[in-house]
Ligand binder design. Structure first.
Ligand SMILES: Cc1ncc(COP(=O)(O)O)c(C=O)c1O
Length: 422
């Protein structure tokens, strides 16, 4: 972390509440102008802006220690290896995993879930076994299980949600049975903002000896995650949503499961020895990290973890909770606006539709005001079907968003409402 970034982070971390202006100074990407207006970035659920500390870490790797890991005795390679493994230790801390070997670096949440499906699922599931997911999953927590079911003859079951976008726990319980081998559930919904009661879900799944995979893509930027407390078997997340670089993500798995699982991909680094007759695989986590990993990405993610940890998740969650309440009140005042996803426990995501106006038109008009929101199905088409809409507009907030930005969003939406006469 640079000295400048350090000093800001220190100021921020000593304040009793999150000092959003100080935080904003750490994010150069927020200074961009869009269509001549200051950027208002409300697409954090898609990806977040990066603090200077992350940019500095990437630059430092490429300018001062650019080399491969685990392979050289030369100084640069040793430094890179130390920093790469240091980043693994930071991820372990972020998730409160027991051991660094339970942390696998890969491309992101999507690859993490695919790894579990193909390495754990494919070798253990058979015809008529069941995989249980929920009606609010992102495509990356649906399609890998469909592929697995096609390969093994297992059956995909879906837990329904209510009109607020909350999981129906009673229905979940009814669907659990002795054939349920895997439960795959999102911690926080990207399309609705719902925070799922993952601990309760896991407790119930345990009664049937089902393994639980948690999609943490939308949780890690907003909540403190403790995989030991949750007692999940696998937990996947993406670096780019938690203020880290793109192309790096993490799969946490309990060591006893990872040790028993076959490799997902073959190649360099995942082996101890190779002959044409036989290959002996490396220890975990390296068994699952074939080829040159995203070294810079992992180091950048480590810097992002240092950054959010210095601020603290209690402070981040409290700040975002207030911003969400403020934004929800503001948007409810727009005539004809309906919020999709009104769960009692929500992260800072607001999906909505506006009477008869296509979300793409809303997104385009807002873009003209410098406001970035996401429009479409958010890679959660079944959620759109559940609520009977083809698409929504989604404003998703991060630790640098302000009430003034919410006011600008509201004004932009009022303009949309006037143009379309809603
Ligand atoms: C809930 C959820 N799961 C999974 C993903 C996939 O993440 P990635 O594309 O980084 O692999 C996303 C991304 O938007 C998401 O929101």
């Amino acid at each position: 972390m640079s000295t400048a970034a350090n000093s800001v982070t220190e100021r921020v971390s000593h304040a009793p509440v999150l000092d959003v202006q100080a935080v904003r100074e750490d994010f150069p990407g927020l200074n961009v102008k869009v269509r001549g207006k200051p950027l208002i970035y409300l697409d954090n659920a898609a990806t977040s802006q990066k603090p200077q500390a992350v940019l500095d870490a990437l630059r430092r790797f490429y300018t001062e220690e650019c080399s491969n890991v685990h392979r050289g005795v030369h100084t640069l390679s040793e430094r890179a290896t130390e920093d790469y493994e240091g980043a693994r230790n930071k991820v372990r801390g972020l998730l409160n995993a027991r051991q660094n070997r339970e942390i696998i670096f890969l491309r992101g949440t999507t690859e993490g879930i695919n790894l579990v499906a193909q390495s754990y699922g494919r070798t253990r599931l058979k015809a008529d076994d069941e995989v249980l997911i929920t009606a609010m999953e992102h495509h990356s927590n649906i399609v890998p299980w469909q592929i697995l079911c096609q390969q093994t003859g297992a059956v995909l079951r879906v837990v329904p949600i209510n009109d607020d976008g909350e999981l129906l726990l009673d229905e979940f319980e009814k669907l659990l049975n002795s054939r349920t081998r895997l439960v795959a559930v999102t911690h926080v919904s990207n399309a609705l903002g719902t925070i799922n009661p993952v601990r309760q879900i896991i407790e119930r799944a345990r009664k049937w000896n089902a393994r639980v995979v948690v999609d943490g893509a939308q949780a890690t930027p907003h909540l403190r995650v403790d995989v030991q407390e949750l007692d999940c078997d696998f937990y996947a997340f993406s670096g780019h949503k938690v203020y880290g670089p793109t192309g790096i993500g993490v799969l946490y798995g309990k060591s006893e499961l990872l040790e028993a699982m076959p490799p997902y991909q073959g190649g360099g680094d995942m082996i101890l020895s190779v002959t044409f007759e036989k290959t002996i695989y490396n220890e975990i986590p390296h068994k699952f990290e074939a080829g040159t990993p995203n070294i810079a990405g992992a180091i950048g993610l480590g810097a992002a973890i240092d950054y959010v940890s210095a601020i603290g998740f209690a402070r981040i969650a409290a700040f975002e909770h207030q911003l969400l309440a403020y934004a929800t009140d503001a948007l409810r005042q727009i005539p004809g606006l309906r919020i999709i996803g009104t769960a009692k426990q929500k992260a800072a995501v607001i999906s909505f539709v506006l009477n008869g106006v296509h979300p793409h038109d809303i997104g385009t008009i807002l873009d003209g005001e410098g406001i970035a929101v996401r429009t479409g199905h958010h890679c959660a088409q079944p959620v759109m079907q559940r609520f009977g809409v083809p698409a929504t507009t989604r404003a998703s907030f991060g630790l640098y968003n302000t009430r003034e930005e919410v006011d600008a969003l509201r004004a932009g939406l009022q303009k949309v409402a006037e143009i379309f006469g809603t």
